[in-house]
Design a protein around this ligand. Structure first.
Ligand code: GLC
Length: 418
């Protein structure tokens, strides 16, 4: 069988979570089964990272003013202007896709979902959406939520989601869960042999952004700092996507009161694994539900005890249905709760290490990158041929994909499974 030609579209080449997940996926795919091209709508660090791993990459720049995420841009004249700017790009992309001649167009970001859907369907190719964001009004403007939900139901060949929680934000859409996978080099040695950093270090890892909750982290750190003069804190990551003002506020607050001089900001780091190894406790503080939350799975894979705010994918990672609890879950936005949970872990290091070891062995089993690759390959195999190609071959199937042996296909909109 000839490999499936897949063109992945993403609007950004910055190293956001979805892009890092793509990087690991691209490396794990079997070239005998999948012939992959990644087409990015901008230049950036991801280009070199993919090329270094032997992945074919193209960059076709899109006017950055298209589809900014603020609420105003999603409605009225702003939306019309945005569409006007996107149109020439859609036409260029359409030409480009014709040349690449993919069996499947796979999109991995919200902008790429819309643009790729129009371009891909206009040349009658199956379009698979890989949704890494919650399609919900606490994250996106209401008209955008409505648009995505309708298109996911009616226009897209198949929908892949990064967690069951993300799937539940697309009611009445059959979606396939492909958890972002862990690569072998993300998995640390047995946590029982782990050297616990002394003095203890409590850290947060990820893009500095209001959605990731560094402000809540610093507020919890203020509470902890007063009681525990030995504690140190680390904020790993930097602001991307025009969130510099927020980052400045976080830095300013980290200098106040008892915290002064005890918080280190590392800026962007290439090797998050090494940063996780330096932590006694990882805190995930997103005040809004996290679609998946790779950093938490990665921390567990390195044997680091975790405190996380509940909601979204966190409930699946930290408190999987039926299994033992793998970390401390606190209500989103509960600063005192975050501080108390960190304190619990620090005051009983034996119990914390024990639980971290269980989490370590389970996340390796639950999120191997090979499984993510297998799930997506199966989705693409089913999508191939579901839309009549230029030769007029098989007719479009009206049913969405059913099931993949390695991962659940969830009819979403169902009650949470815990
Ligand atoms: C996005 C989501 C994050 C998820 C990642 C990979 O960055 O915000 O929760 O871990 O995609 O799917």
């Amino acid at each position: 069988m000839t490999p499936i030609r897949v063109v992945v579209l993403d609007h950004t080449a910055q190293t956001g979570g979805a892009e890092l997940a793509l990087l690991r996926l691209a490396t794990a795919l079997n070239p005998v089964e999948v012939d992959l091209t990644v087409l990015l709508f901008d230049d950036g660090p991801l280009v070199g990272m993919l090329t270094d791993r032997g992945v074919r990459v193209r960059v076709r720049r899109l006017d950055p003013r298209v589809g900014t995420s603020d609420r105003q841009a999603a409605t009225g004249w702003a939306a019309v202007r945005s569409l006007g700017r996107a149109l020439p790009f859609v036409l260029r992309l359409r030409r480009e896709l014709r040349l690449l001649d993919p069996d499947v167009v796979h999109t991995t970001s919200l902008k790429a979902d819309l643009i790729g859907l129009v371009a891909g369907r206009s040349i009658r190719r199956p379009v698979v959406w890989h949704v890494h964001d919650r399609i919900a009004a606490d994250y996106l403007p209401a008209p955008v939520v409505r648009l995505f939900r309708v298109l996911a139901r009616r226009a897209v060949t198949a929908v892949v989601v990064n967690s069951r929680a993300t799937g539940r934000t697309l009611p009445r859409v059959r979606s396939t869960v492909a958890y972002p996978g862990l690569a072998a080099d993300q998995i640390g040695p047995d946590p029982l042999a782990r050297a616990v950093p002394q003095p203890p270090v409590v850290g947060i890892v990820g893009r500095i952004s209001p959605t990731k909750g560094q402000r809540e982290f610093i507020a919890a750190a203020q509470l902890l700092a007063r009681q525990h003069p030995e504690l140190r804190f680390r904020v790993v990551g930097d602001a991307l996507f025009s969130e510099q003002d927020y980052a400045d506020t976080v830095r300013r607050r980290a200098k106040e009161g008892a915290l002064s001089g005890r918080v280190e900001f590392t800026g962007w780091v290439a090797d998050t694994g090494a940063e996780l190894d330096r932590l006694t406790v990882l805190v995930h503080a997103s005040p809004t539900p996290e679609p998946f939350g790779q950093v938490v799975a990665e921390a567990m894979a390195r044997g680091v005890p975790v405190v996380a705010t509940a909601g979204g994918g966190m409930d699946e990672i930290v408190r999987p249905g039926g299994g033992p609890v793998r970390g401390e879950l606190v209500p989103a936005g509960d600063v005192a709760g975050l501080a108390a949970a960190v304190e619990r872990l620090l005051s009983d290091p034996v119990a914390a290490a024990d639980r971290a070891r269980t989490a370590w062995s389970q996340v390796r089993r639950d999120y191997p990158i090979e499984r993510t690759a297998a799930v997506l390959t199966a989705v693409w195999q089913r999508a191939r041929g579901s839309v009549p190609g230029p030769s007029g071959a098989p007719g479009r199937t009206t049913s969405a994909p059913r099931s993949v042996p390695t991962s659940p296909t969830v009819p979403t909109g169902e009650p949470p499974v815990h």
